[in-house]
Design a protein around this ligand. Structure first.
Ligand code: PMT
Length: 283
């Protein structure tokens, strides 16, 4: 792992949340995980996710009052800056300074500045970083009980190569071998042991619509969490299904000037409020 170690990142979460003890905290995971094919990694398996869902959702979570821990794939999209993939071309030089009068850019810089103290960025690259970091951060969040929303939008690899099966050096083309193993899902441990009182949302991505809701239901019964946001690869920006233990709600984007995450977050905030209210009554 480059830069800070996982332990250091987890420590930074610990000191970050000290200032926000009684507020709602959302842990958002975003972007894809990388799976190394060699110990001295030259090649790796990756996936399509750019982190749009996670970065967009983080903006709406901040807008409705959450403090956000944004656990994201390094170099994937980030809240606010995501709108400007080619910032370089938007700037002019005036009096020796790079400036822009683009209204959307100004608006987003202002929003990002206002939220600066309410979001912590925690980067990961590999699948192993992701798994250990998620567990470490959730352990730190455990004492905040129902105040925590865990929003698992990252595209986590389902396959990896066990450390003992990894070649040390760059794989030779005449010796190509990919002994893939299935990644054990850590969601059940997370829900049962680490953050049992939090509101946990996982995502389910499919390319065959006929199995989408069924897969989401299986995930709910297997892991015992509150909600699955089910989406199809090619329509994920216009249509999602929110699946809980009782029903399914379809969210469809009718106004193309808006983003579907606004409605997803609106709905999830209400559900999270119910969890907090019910926990208060039970005490
Ligand atoms: O980033 P974008 O381009 O905007 O794309 C967004 C998205 C399509 C990636 C996102 O909306 C989405 O669907 N993410 C989940 C992809 C998926 O199908 O994950 P899964 O079925 O492998 O895992 C289900 C859930 O378990 C996920 O929430 C995942 O974060 C979590 N998981 C998976 C494996 C693992 N070892 N641990 C986990 O916690």
């Amino acid at each position: 792992m480059h830069g800070k170690s996982i332990g250091e990142h987890v420590k930074s979460v610990e000191s970050f949340i000290k200032d926000f003890g009684n507020e709602r905290i959302a842990l958002v995971t975003s972007g894809g995980t990388q799976v190394p094919l060699e110990k001295n990694t030259v090649r790796f398996i990756d996936n399509f996710s750019m982190g749009t869902r996670g970065a967009t959702s983080a903006e709406y979570l901040l807008a409705v009052g959450y403090t956000v821990i944004f656990m994201h794939r390094e170099s994937s999209l980030l809240p606010f800056s995501r709108h400007f993939p080619s910032l370089f071309n938007m700037l002019q030089v005036e009096d020796g300074k790079a400036v822009s009068s683009d209204a959307k850019l100004i608006d987003n810089i202002q929003k990002a500045t206002q939220c600066r103290n309410r979001i912590l960025f925690v980067p990961f690259v590999t699948l192993s970083d992701y798994i250990h970091m998620l567990e470490g951060i959730c352990t730190v969040l455990k004492p905040l009980h129902e105040g925590v929303l865990v929003y698992l939008a990252a595209a986590v690899s389902d396959f990896y190569i066990k450390h003992d099966d990894l070649p040390t050096h760059k794989m030779k083309t005449e010796e190509v071998s990919l002994p893939l193993s299935v990644v054990p899902k850590n969601l059940q441990r997370l829900v049962e042991n680490i953050v049992p009182r939090a509101f946990v949302v996982s995502f389910k991505l499919e390319t065959d619509e006929s199995i989408l809701v069924e897969k989401a239901r299986k995930a709910l019964s297997r892991y015992g969490h509150q909600l699955v946001v089910a989406n199809m690869l090619h329509t994920r920006k216009e249509h999602v299904v929110l699946v809980d233990n009782e029903k399914e709600i379809h969210i469809r984007l009718s106004d193309k000037t808006k983003e579907i995450e606004e409605d997803i977050i609106g709905n999830i905030k209400e559900r999270h409020s119910d969890l907090i209210a019910n926990a208060g009554q039970a005490q």
